[in-house]
Design a protein around this ligand. Structure first.
Ligand code: IPE
Ligand code: IPE
Ligand code: MG
Length: 244
């Protein structure tokens, strides 16, 4: 008797994809170029991913762009990264508008220069009503600092007599995080070969699926994004319960 063809049961696509865009420096070094050339090329990969994401069913894209630890880099590289950020915050707004993308920024703004903060506020305001992809840029972002900031907000409410400490649980604490309005990431992608979180979204990644690529970020293609989504759809998420 002939067996029926195997029906592949694919799960839902990831709605929220978080990306650690790593490997710009090594991409440049492999070509005898300065690290700054890798960062510039990395912006093109970012553009490819933002364009491809909606077609794959992705509604939220969170991109690790500058960590709270990246200040440890040589001053010239930090200056270069901030210059690149300034340039693109100015030049990409039109493009975001055209693609119906809403931009939001997470991270500690107090550590960024005033003009960058004003640019961020401008783009956030201008794209606030866009209903397509939500693009979240993590800038001067650290997972531990983000949790500590939420703890401070909760503690202030307790000190003011607005909150009973006994009422603090994972749900109410999560609501104090700057990411509270975002769905938790379904899928985390890290390029560049390293297999670590590097202080990204520590709280939010509790049940996120991880997919790693050796590809350096500037070479990351829409096909690789598609591959990560495919891989995700084949995984069984159990959230601590028993599988099917
Ligand atoms: C990621 O690439 C970009 C930022 C951290 C800003 P890197 O600059 O970390 O590149 P590698 O890891 O040194 O190759
Ligand atoms: C993580 O990459 C930060 C960003 C991609 C913005 P890093 O290159 O800073 O991470 P480590 O130092 O290798 O852990
Ligand atoms: Mg790196």
């Amino acid at each position: 008797m002939e067996t029926a063809p195997k029906i592949s049961i694919e799960g839902q696509p990831p709605l929220h994809v978080a990306i650690i865009m790593d490997g710009n420096g090594r991409w440049a070094r492999a070509r005898g170029l300065p690290r700054s050339a890798g960062h510039r090329k990395g912006v093109e990969a970012l553009r490819r991913v933002v364009e491809a994401a909606p077609g794959l069913g992705i509604t939220h894209l969170t991109l690790y762009s500058f960590s709270s630890e990246n200040w440890r880099r040589p001053a010239a590289e930090v200056r270069d990264l901030m210059g690149l950020l300034r340039f693109h915050l100015r030049s990409e707004t039109e493009e975001l508008e055209r693609n119906n993308v809403r931009l939001q920024v997470i991270g500690d703004r107090a550590g960024l220069s005033d003009d960058i903060v004003r640019l961020i506020e401008g783009v956030e305001e201008q794209t606030r009503r866009n209903t397509g992809l939500t693009m979240v840029m993590a800038l001067n972002y650290g997972g531990r600092a983000s949790i500590a900031a939420a703890a401070r907000r909760v503690a202030e409410r307790v000190a003011a007599g607005d909150l009973d400490p006994a009422a603090i649980d994972a749900d109410s604490f999560g609501a104090a995080l700057e990411t509270a309005a975002l769905p938790p990431p379904d899928l985390l992608i890290r390029t560049g070969g390293e297999k670590r979180i590097s202080n990204f979204l520590l709280w939010e990644l509790a049940y996120t699926e991880f997919v790693f690529f050796d590809t350096y970020w500037p070479d990351f293609s829409s096909q690789e994004l598609e591959h990560a989504v495919f891989e995700f759809r084949g995984r069984e998420r159990r959230f601590g319960a028993v599988g099917v």
